[in-house]
Design a binder for this molecule. Structure first.
Ligand code: PLP
Length: 387
């Protein structure tokens, strides 16, 4: 009954959903600058594509080991370690069809009906949906622009009770670009130990941090390995959204049944994509450095434009989004997005997708080249000055 209600409410949401509405409007327009979805215009680096083609030509058309190719899992373990993370073993990693699959496998595999999962808001909304599908309660820890949307232990602790099972840390955060400060990660880890919580540390944007901001991998902290699930993927840093390959890493006691569940969901991640992901990790990392520079440059152009338009935003510390407050226009976030799309042909997403207290905010994705971002800023200016 609950599952049926969940699905019915999702279908209803889908029909009245602002994103569906905007896609419908967009399909009738010819010259839209797409800064909505978290999928860059940049193609997968050539050597990764070539590895995929090579793999296909050499028989990578079959299922792989359900947990993923052994060489890939070994490369993932090495990569996590050299980036300051924990020392995982190859049988503590499951390669999934994107980080998104990992999220649902973890929620359905760990949460019982009535359990609670604390997750940041504004934050990546599939965590809320995964919790609901598991008949658990997503409890949102609100973060605010005044504090650069930092997730703090002080805000989390009052939300913990005997039903709380999981704490999600998205670092850097989508949609705010906030990197959880090191001192807060330590305090959040202490909370997890004190209250016996499992932490999902979503580090999918961790290679894309700006200036001196750095992500502290949670599983590497004392006492955290045994209670942390590290979630990551290739979509963002290696521009591989369409390949659908990600992973989670967790201690043996958690991984065994989660791996079984993943087998039930997907059997394995696409073989070709796993070979491409292996090339991503084993090849030169210059492409990631370039990606980071590109995002920083785009971010600056957009932030300068928003500043000139007196639209407040929190300067991103990583990721590829800018989260800005459009309340001065007098419009709700959804109305602003629809107007900007209809009159300016720029698509951005309303903050309400990411948190209940976000009706003043919109998310800009840095998914367009600099000249298009400049064009988007001038279109926004025209729309805003017409209000
Ligand atoms: N985690 C976060 C915070 C994201 O923003 C996304 C996608 O936007 C994902 C995980 C899932 O990405 P993918 O399934 O492409 O690996």
């Amino acid at each position: 009954m609950i599952k049926k209600e969940f699905i019915a409410s999702r279908i209803k949401d889908h029909e009245s959903n602002i994103v569906t509405k905007m896609w419908n409007i967009q399909s009738k327009l010819k010259n839209v600058i797409a800064m909505g979805r978290g999928d860059t215009d940049l193609d997968t680096p050539r050597h990764i594509i070539d590895a995929g083609i090579h793999a296909l030509n050499n028989g990578a058309t079959h299922y792989t080991h359900p947990m993923g190719l052994l060489e890939l899992r070994q490369a993932i373990c090495k990569d996590i370690k050299i980036n300051g993370g924990a020392q995982y073993k190859e049988d503590e990693v499951v390669v999934t069809a994107g980080g998104q699959e990992a999220m649902f496998v973890i929620a359905l595999g760990i949460l019982n009906p009535g359990d609670e999962i604390i997750t940041v808001a504004p934050g990546y909304n599939p965590y809320f949906q995964a919790a609901e599908l598991a008949e658990a309660k997503p409890v949102k820890v609100n973060t605010y622009i005044e504090n650069n949307f930092a997730m703090t232990a002080e805000a989390v602790e009052p939300l913990i009770n005997s039903k709380t099972k999981i704490l999600v840390i998205i670092n850097p955060c989508n949609p705010t670009g906030a990197v959880t400060p090191y001192d807060q990660i330590l305090k959040l880890a202490d909370l997890a130990i004190k209250h016996d919580l499992i932490v999902i540390s979503d580090e999918i944007y961790s290679r894309l941090t700006f200036r001196n901001h750095k992500v502290q991998p949670v599983a590497a902290l004392p006492g955290m390995f045994e209670r942390t699930i590290t979630l990551n993927g290739f979509s963002k840093a290696y521009c591989m959204t369409g390949w659908r390959v990600g992973y989670f890493a967790a201690p043996k006691n958690l991984i065994t049944h989660l791996s079984e569940l993943h087998h039930g969901f997907a059997i394995c991640a696409p073989a070709v994509s796993q070979h491409a992901a292996l090339a991503a990790l084993q090849g030169s990392q210059v492409c990631v450095e370039n990606m980071k520079k590109t995002m920083e440059e785009r971010c600056k152009i957009l932030c300068d434009g928003l500043e000139a338009l007196h639209i407040p935003f929190s300067e991103p510390q990583g990721g590829y989004y800018v989260y800005a407050n459009v309340s001065a226009t007098g419009l709700s976030a959804s109305d602003f997005c629809v107007k900007l799309l209809e009159e300016g042909q720029v698509i951005v997403y309303p903050g309400t997708l990411y948190g209940d207290h976000c009706d003043d905010f919109v998310r800009f994705s840095l998914t367009q080249p600099v000249n298009k971002i400049e064009e988007a800023v001038s279109r926004i200016m025209k729309v805003v000055s017409s209000i």
